[in-house]
Design a protein around this ligand. Sequence first.
Ligand code: NAG
Ligand code: NAG
Ligand code: NAG
Length: 443
Amino acid sequence: MKSLISLKYLIVLLFFAEAINPPTAVLDLSEKFLDVKDEGMWFVEFYAPWCAHCKRLHPVWDQVGHALSDSNLPIRVGKLDCTRFPAVANKLSIQGYPTIMFFRNGHAIDYRGGREKESLVSFAKRCAAPIIEAVKENQLGKIKLSARSQPSFVFFGDSSGPLFDAFSDAANAKFSVARFYSVSPSENESTLRQRVVVYKDNMEIEFNGEMSTLKDWVTRERWPGFLQATSSNLAEMGASGKLIVLIVSSESQKFNATSPVRELHKIAEESSNEMRKHPALWNRFQFAWLDGSDLASQIQMATVSESHLFIFNYTSYEYYLSEDEPGQMTIKSILTFLEQTADAIDKGTVIAFGGRHLLTRMKRMVFELYWNIAQMFATQPLLSSCLFGVPIAFLSIICYSICSADFTVDRDEFYGDEDEILDEEEGDELDNSEIDENHEKAE
Ligand SMILES: *[C@@H]1O[C@H](CO)[C@@H](O)[C@H](O)[C@H]1NC(C)=O
Ligand SMILES: *[C@@H]1O[C@H](CO)[C@@H](O)[C@H](O)[C@H]1NC(C)=O
Ligand SMILES: *[C@@H]1O[C@H](CO)[C@@H](O)[C@H](O)[C@H]1NC(C)=O
């Protein structure tokens, strides 16, 4: 017996040695983090031990720690158990788990992207980069090229004065989501006119509003004109204060010449370019496309087909539909639809679907449950059939045996003997046989 117990201990010890062994670049933080968070740069995961998403993130987080320590950037990577240190979670108003934040000299930036190592690392690197990178004029070509995937904001002229201060302010607020550069005049040129431009969609767009609106302008212009919407960037797109014109498209079909998806995709892209000429629409709408109809179906709580267009308000979760069939839509009809919807919203005559009312939220929950189960059957029919079939079969058998069992004991006969049973507290099989006898007699 003794040897068995010591064997158990040995196994436990071995297990722990195994678990402790791999060195980690991730610091285990405690309440003391609150004292040091304003010093330098921190990349921190706030988690709870019971949360399944956190458990999935942990190995990735370890890799992020290694990648960032290899990169020699002065970023410290940590994780903090919020159930052990609730004071920290309170102070930083952490709502859900896992929450990922980057701290740069006291500025806290929420991370909202995907949970893959690559996007986490590139986010941290972006947060750690100089906020405004000074470049030479001959580097602009490269910047324009990289601006195809992510818009770049460039300041031209002497780095001083109120316009530069406004630009710095905007950059400080948005450096985690866009890139900011400054180009100073070269020796030959005595002065370079001060201006701010954004490079995106193969275009150069100059800022020409009031200086105080520069930050809002950056918030609005930080997305390409027509980008892919995912469940993770939809929230931030909504935060830009624009309504989102969503196209249900598909990664695999958007270049398929015979597919109706391609036609709508192309028209939507051209509409977004055309919309530039209409500032009122431009300031109000953002075009985006979805890969597949899942997200759209969840928003609309109905099965949506590919090649479909609707306007979506992320804040209110309301959506607006056009009367035109997707196949008949043209650039002109789409822009007219946007104009009419904007008009109707202003006048309060618009018909909105969806929303965030309690009833709608409940309906959405039920729909999502139904949707997920349907998806399971569609992707893994065999597994799903077993998963749902076996319990349902058991339940049916139980129901069947309960329903078909004979419980029709005559009430009088049974309760007539009640006193007798109560009298004989110790009564055992005898009582039962007596009841049975009575029961039989009754029949
Ligand atoms: C600036 O001056 C140098 C020589 O002084 C000349 O080679 C160069 O082309 C000039 N650049 C511009 C943009 O004028
Ligand atoms: C979305 O709806 C909310 C509530 O109705 C409204 O306040 C907000 O302005 C709308 N967003 C846009 C971009 O129109
Ligand atoms: C292209 O679209 C047509 C019509 O929707 C479809 O039948 C075909 O399979 C698609 N081709 C590819 C390569 O997906």
